[in-house]
Design a protein. Structure first.
Length: 305
């Protein structure tokens, strides 16, 4: 075989293998995103897109100035993202550390913790909706047994979104635990042993050795959880009541649990306002990109081992 044929065959195999993946990404990832951004700058006519009129930033201006649903949804989305990250990241790390110190039964406890992540979000949402039920729900029965006042939970405009956040975090925390546990198990044992020889206790070893070495895992978990929280839809849709003036979808009571993903759904799927829906989706994309870059900048480890 000549050298030219060898070189040709060498690069032909990666191209053949990667071509279907690249085609899939272009058709089902990049093209929809670009087309969505394009539609957000138009007064879109869903029945005949060719008749759509270019309006520039008009859709974005209306979102931020004249649409009260968008402002409430944006605030609720940031609240959801902040609380979910603040719950699942530290608790996942704590559970992973607890699993590390178990001498037996690792697989059983890992399966037990990770099991909620394997369940359907819709099934979990329906189950917890019954748990939160004000009249006969499990949580109010427990409060009554403890001599505490019953709570409205999902029926309250002040409690509904927090109930959904707790439910989502419960279902998601098994994933963060598993990733953190895998990261801990992959740490070089010589660093931990050296710290113990020097007389470092468990807390000092964790904060001085393990946590810095888990930097890349922490960055991945934080960013992935943030992106996942921005995209959440199913729990809000299943667990909350129909919000007033939201087009018949969830997000209630009122607008108390209304979020950006619901706004996209209502405008795009129910009202066929494709322009506003794509503008909202583009705003979400920009926010996620900015926050991701900031977290990479702040949390990224400055060294390797």
């Amino acid at each position: 075989m000549t050298e030219s044929k060898f070189v040709k065959n060498k690069y032909l195999f990666p191209i053949v293998v990667l071509a279907p993946v690249l085609v899939w990404y272009v058709l089902f990832m990049y093209y929809p995103v670009i087309y969505s951004i394009f539609a957000s700058f138009h007064l879109w006519v869903a029945e005949n897109p060719k008749e759509s009129t270019f309006v520039g930033l008009r859709n974005y201006v209306e979102l931020f100035t004249t649409d009260p649903r968008f402002k409430r949804a944006l605030a609720n989305t940031f609240l959801y993202v902040t609380l979910k990250v603040a719950i699942v990241v530290p608790f996942g790390l704590v559970f992973a550390l607890c699993l590390e110190y178990l001498k037996k039964g690792h697989k059983f406890y890992i399966f037990f913790v990770f099991l909620p992540a394997l369940c359907s979000a819709t099934a979990i949402g329906i189950l917890f909706t019954y748990f939160y039920q004000p009249s006969f729900g499990l949580f109010n029965e427990i409060l009554s047994k403890l001599g505490l006042q019953r709570q409205p939970f999902l029926s309250s405009s002040k409690q509904a979104i927090f109930c959904v956040i707790v439910t989502d975090s419960w279902g998601y925390i098994g994933f963060t635990t598993l990733i953190f546990f895998a990261g801990i198990m992959s740490l070089p044992s010589q660093f931990v042993e050296a710290a113990r020889v020097d007389g470092a206790g468990a807390l000092r070893t964790f904060f001085s050795i393990k946590l810095p070495l888990l930097g890349h895992t922490l960055v991945f978990i934080t960013i992935y959880t943030m992106i996942n929280a921005f995209q959440f839809f199913d729990f809000i849709f299943v667990m909350t009541s129909s919000g007033g003036g939201t087009g018949g979808a969830s997000g209630g009571p009122g607008y108390s649990s209304y979020v950006l993903s619901l706004l996209v759904y209502n405008e795009g799927m129910l009202r066929m306002h494709i322009d506003k829906a794509t503008a909202t989706a583009t705003v979400m994309l920009v926010i996620v990109m900015i926050l991701t870059l900031l977290q990479f900048k702040v949390l990224r480890p400055k060294w390797e081992y």
